[in-house]
Design a protein around this ligand. Sequence first.
Ligand code: GDP
Length: 540
Amino acid sequence: MDQPIPPGPGHNTPPDAVAAQVAREAARRRTFAIIAHPDAGKTTLTEKLLLRGGAIQLAGAVRAKGDRRRTRSDWMKIEQDRGISVATSVMTFERDNVVFNLLDTPGHEDFSEDTYRTLTAVDAAVMVLDAAKGIEAQTRKLFEVCRMRDIPIVTFINKMDRDGRDVFELLEEIEKTLALDVAPVAWPVGLGREFIGTYDLLRPSLHLMADGSQPLALSGLDDPRLDAAVPKNLVEGLREGAELATALSTFDEKAFLQGTMTPVYFGSALRDFGVGHLLDGLARYAPPPGSRAADLRVVEPEEPALTGFVFKIQANMDPNHRDRVAFLRICSGRLLKGMRLKQVRTGKAVPVNAPLFFFARDRQVAEEAFPGDVVGIANHGVLRIGDTLTEGEDINFRGVPSFAPEILRRVIIDDAMAAKKLNKALEQLTEEGVVQLFRPLDGAGVVVGVVGALQLDVLGARLAAEYSVKARFESTGFDLMRWVVTEDRIAEEKFRRTNSHDIAEDHDRNLVAFFTSDWRRKRAEEEHPALRFVELREQH
Ligand code: GDP
């Protein structure tokens, strides 16, 4: 039953006025993430985007991140220093009346589940490719996560100032490996050392690196001004390439919004070229916050009542604030400072006295926030990943996923007296999403699961630093874990009986199975056809 939460500030505003304001604000939000393989230029592009957005004071903070190369020890140190750049952070900037919320995703190959979860909180993604490398392993992995929700993807082919691959070859690679239609919206003029700019295929104009940000409007590829502006040896190639590209595909906004076609931009983040064009594209084509499916109904962003979900928890972001911050993505309505929201999972009221906006390293208290925005809510462990917050309605948003961890380790402590402390620490760190916790049903010691090895190092360091627990991690002999899903209680019981040494419960008491190999998993599937062994589970 819906339980009313006592009204907070703003309840005197007429609902129509709130609805109009919410609709207006939602429509000008663009909430996105950058997906890229390490070294493709995500950090450099982020910095340039922020500069374009007038958030110049942020550039230093981002630069600091770009300068340190990501060795494991650096990351550990930063995680320990509570720098926010290791894990997801949120950067907000405004340009031409559009509010951009850029949700940062760690690009290291040892990345954690935070990366995946962040992608559940965005409405679009920019896929950055290195012109010389094309689609790389991590690009593909992140792309697949976007595809699960059909997130529209804008492609930025970076490092055009360096010798790269043939452009048609790159486009074909995107189409083939990602099964994603491509539509170049710009075409490069010259390549590598000869690269001088781009020609805008949708709004005929020439963008030259040397000219700064002022494009030259043209009537089309035949415009004689093109010959005057572009060196002779390049103009022919441009005309040929651009004509062929136009003949091969045209940008279809509907297909883009459905996640089946990507517009392609070209540029050089390092030389700050193509970045404004990309931002224009995001403002023009990327969708504002849309409707979101909850368990009982679909929520529209312009609804006046606030709804949102927690996609990330971070502890001790700031050594001066030893609290946990829950990152809430707002789906509908207006968040006002001082509101009391309902945590649907428990029915508890959560006061939001100081919602935080994130500007790179600074945290600022927000007076109000709207759909598409991400705010931080300080709390002492009440909020969990996947939690839905509302003004009283009992609905739960779907889709903050848990992924089957790829590394499973038994936690060993030498000091038996510390067992209780370890338990509490693991519970808390699990709720924060640092690890997943499994309790084997045969009573053996707890098992932790992580997606990347770095997460395990972070866990060890945090157990020691924050809980004074010295733990080691030992092999479990298991290589694989799956959630066991079925409606058939008898089949489940049979499975439990015959596999009592390889099963456990997760933190939410869901049944999981461990396997020593993929072959074993397949065997189990054959032997227990009434059960499903799933790799991905939505929270709640
Ligand atoms: P990230 O790992 O994706 O965040 O990549 P970075 O932004 O840290 O960039 C990786 C390296 O590529 C750095 O040395 C950058 O200076 C360089 N880089 C980034 N963008 C460009 C570009 O457009 N052109 C060239 N030549 N180098 C670039």
